[in-house]
Design a binder for this molecule. Structure first.
Ligand SMILES: Nc1ncnc2c1ncn2[C@@H]1O[C@H](COP(=O)(O)OP(=O)(O)OP(=O)(O)O)[C@@H](O)[C@H]1O
Ligand SMILES: [Mg+2]
Length: 366
């Protein structure tokens, strides 16, 4: 039996990255370019399962092939220490023995650092400056990726502040960040990290359906099977351009009749039920839980028609158009709804609309 090439696992780089080529190219160009290129500070924003982690992983993979050293951290988990440890491991062939010895003995407490073998105290910034300088002198750049950024993370602010100095000193560095829309918004409000506001922001919205279709087909073919055109377009439509759904539908359509060479429309139909269930438990449940009561009511009020105006929601909910506009703005920012022109909005994913409808009527009955 042929191996299923789809990977419905968070953080797994897919065989084919649908629809993100141009962003990736732009950023890689920025890395190839001289220090100071604005693409060297980028932030990816999107709801769960839109492909943020994978985007950064793919960029680092390419960067490493080009000789960059990269460190990957997640906000909130000893970020500063972790960066030093990863640089030490990955750049051991570049750094001087003295530097390696030095950073092996350091202990980090906040932004201050002390060495276990001496009384010396220094700062994370000065140690990182030393590391970056040594890397750059050998022609190597340093790329740092920070996943799941959060405004509550003090270490992240130290990192951003330090990075800003590196940029000013025109050092060969780059930083990629990723986070949920609400977390990025709160981070951007913090004056101390105003630098992040100048970072290139990439909102990971729905991927174009043709891009999805070809990625599905390429992935199927990579593992020795094929998919007919009907099935390919049908499956692509069903994903609604949502990254995680590409892997889910792909994975389940593959499983329907694994011994048939060609995947057909019936396989896609059979896959849908499983994919939806998986999507609900892995993405929609959390997305729904994070909504305020008002946002839930707003979204439920939107389930009556495909496109809704602010006025009709205001009527349905009995709240002022101003308040409605405020809620609408937040939901647009999160990418849960999209503008449908002339003041109208619609759901970014119809499958989420169905979910809201179902959950809402269930809670009303209870
Ligand atoms: N461009 C893409 N084309 C096809 N599949 C993709 C693409 N981007 C991501 N995926 C797939 O979508 C899933 C989710 O990706 P990823 O883990 O990067 O999401 P995320 O935005 O980081 O989610 P979370 O916020 O929950 O961490 C993975 O299974 C991944 O393989
Ligand atoms: Mg992620």
């Amino acid at each position: 039996m042929k191996k299923n090439p789809f990977k419905p696992t968070f953080g797994s780089i897919p065989f084919a990255m649908a629809g993100r080529e141009s962003i990736i190219e732009e950023i890689i160009d920025g890395l190839d370019n001289a220090p100071g290129d604005p693409n060297r500070a980028s932030i990816f924003v999107g709801e769960r399962g839109t492909g943020k982690t994978v985007m950064m992983a793919r960029i680092s993979e390419i960067a490493e092939q080009k000789g960059w050293i990269s460190a990957h951290v997640t906000s909130g988990r000893d970020l500063l220490e972790e960066i030093v440890v990863q640089v030490r491991e990955k750049a051991s062939h570049i750094l001087s023995p003295e530097t390696i010895r030095r950073i092996s003995g350091l202990q980090i407490a906040g932004s201050a650092i002390s060495f276990s073998f001496s009384e010396e105290r220094t700062t994370w910034r000065s140690e990182m400056t030393r590391l970056v300088k040594e890397l750059n002198e050998s022609g190597t750049g340093l790329l740092i990726t920070v996943d799941e950024v959060s405004a509550k993370d003090e270490s992240l602010k130290v990192l951003i502040d330090t990075f800003q100095h590196f940029v000013r000193e025109r050092r060969d560095v780059a930083i990629m960040m990723a986070g949920l829309p609400s977390n990025v918004s709160s981070l951007l409000m913090d004056e101390r990290v105003s630098f992040v506001r100048r970072a290139f922001r990439h909102d990971l919205r729905a991927i174009e359906i043709p891009e999805v279709a070809y990625a599905l087909r390429d992935t199927v073919r990579s593992s020795g099977r094929d998919i007919d055109d009907d099935a390919m377009w049908y499956a692509a439509e069903l994903t609604e351009g949502f990254a995680f759904m590409i892997q889910l539908i792909g994975c389940h359509m593959w499983r329907q009749n694994p011994d048939n060479r060609i995947i057909n429309k019936a396989d896609v139909e059979g896959a849908m039920e499983f994919a939806k269930k998986h999507m609900e438990s892995a993405v929609f449940e959390d997305m729904y839980l994070e909504l305020t009561e008002r946002e839930k009511e707003f979204l439920f009020a939107m389930t009556f028609e495909n496109e809704t105006t602010t006025i009709s929601i205001s009527d349905r909910l009995g709240i002022s158009p101003n308040n409605v506009t405020h809620i609408k703005k937040r939901l647009l920012e999160r990418g849960i709804i999209v503008s449908a022109g002339r003041g109208k909005v619609s759901y970014a994913q119809k499958s989420f609309m169905e979910y809201v409808e179902r959950i809402h009527s269930r809670t009303q009955q209870a």
